[in-house]
Design a binder for this molecule. Structure first.
Ligand SMILES: NC(=O)c1ccc[n+]([C@@H]2O[C@H](COP(=O)([O-])OP(=O)(O)OC[C@H]3O[C@@H](n4cnc5c(N)ncnc54)[C@H](OP(=O)(O)O)[C@@H]3O)[C@@H](O)[C@H]2O)c1
Length: 313
């Protein structure tokens, strides 16, 4: 019998990579509820899947009817600065929605896979292990930590996957810092980049491979998914320039105090990935290899778009 998997947030950066990866396995039946937009219609059939996920009553009823084996939640309010301004909206999606999912999971006996973040830490002592004590310094981090705590307080089967700075191919063109650097430097435009904000960058397709393993092994508990290199934003920008033969002189190094963020940022965030290696044999890549793989993904997608439009004409 097929495993039924419900993915929330399948048009987000992480959700899309997971959706794409799991669909390869014909033993999985994937259901990806999302709210219909014109943009999404090119990639997704709204049949039975067009839902406002913030309608908790309806979503809970659907989950109880579907009785999925696995529920993966990649939906989140991820704009860290906007979270400071729209606290109620942030809390509703990042915390209350997750609590509702955990309650539904307890009824359906499903396995809930929830994504969390290194922003639950204060950034004074990263990279962090799974055992480190959280101390969020912005509203986004508080809402994500409250979600973790809500899940833990409910008697359900769960995995909490904490991840951090990420990048990867997005069919609807969602951009990350990596795209910002690539776009600007390739047009010879100068950029200013902070010499701190440390993390362990990871490719979304590597996160997806990890989720595949979590499902296969029915792995429960808290686990970090993060790349092998601990680097600043400035290091990332330099590495991109180096790999693409772009002019590193276009990258101006600035201090964190030169930028006015609305939300406080953990300076030394990031996550240790030893547990993922030991428990699941997940060997996450270093920055150089992740970037090289991403550049290949971009090239392949550009070529297939060209091929499709050639065939149309
Ligand atoms: N991006 C990062 O650097 C980062 C770092 C650490 C942890 N994380 C965590 O990883 C997970 C995935 O993040 P991501 O970067 O993939 O997020 P993302 O690209 O911002 O996507 C989030 C998804 O959430 C859904 N969503 C957002 N607002 C919504 C609303 N008001 N109503 C309904 N759905 C809404 C959308 O789903 P649809 O597809 O259905 O439209 C959206 O595509 C999150 O839990 C995040 O906290 C991300």
């Amino acid at each position: 019998m097929k495993k039924r998997i419900v993915i929330f947030g399948s048009f987000g950066k992480v959700g899309e990579a997971i959706d794409r990866d799991l669909k390869i396995n014909t033993n999985y039946e994937i259901i990806a509820p999302s709210k219909y937009t014109e943009e999404k219609s090119k990639y997704w059939s709204r049949n039975n899947c067009d839902y406002d996920i913030l309608n908790f009553k309806e979503i809970k009823k659907i989950l109880i009817n579907l009785k999925p084996n696995i529920i993966i939640n990649c939906a989140a309010f991820t704009n860290v600065d906007l979270c400071e301004e729209q606290k109620a909206e942030c809390w509703k999606l990042n915390t209350d929605f997750v609590e509702m999912l955990a309650r539904a999971t307890a009824v359906t006996n499903s396995h809930l896979i929830q994504f969390s973040t290194d922003y639950i830490f204060d950034g004074l002592g990263g990279p962090y292990s799974e055992q480190a004590s959280p101390n969020p310094i912005n509203f986004y981090g508080k809402s994500k930590l409250a979600a973790e705590n809500a899940i833990k307080s409910i008697d359900c089967k769960f995995s909490i996957i904490r991840t951090n700075f990420l990048f990867g191919y997005s069919r609807i063109g969602k951009k990350t810092f990596v795209d910002y650097v690539l776009d600007n430097l390739s047009q010879s435009k100068p950029i200013k980049v902070v010499d701190s904000l440390y993390s362990n960058p990871i490719l979304t397709s590597d996160i997806a491979k990890g989720v595949r393993k979590v499902i296969k092994e029915a792995y429960l508990g808290v686990i970090n998914f993060a790349g092998n290199d601990y680097v600043s934003r400035y290091d990332i920008a330099r590495e991109i320039a180096k790999l693409q033969n772009l002019d590193t002189n276009l990258i101006e190094k600035i201090g964190i105090n030169d930028v006015e963020f609305l939300a406080n940022r953990p300076i030394k965030a990031g996550l240790k990935n030893q547990k993922a290696l030991l428990d699941l044999n997940l060997k996450f890549q270093n920055l150089e290899n992740s970037l090289l793989e991403y550049l290949t993904q971009l090239k392949i997608s550009k070529e297939s778009i060209k091929e499709i439009s050639k065939n149309k004409n």
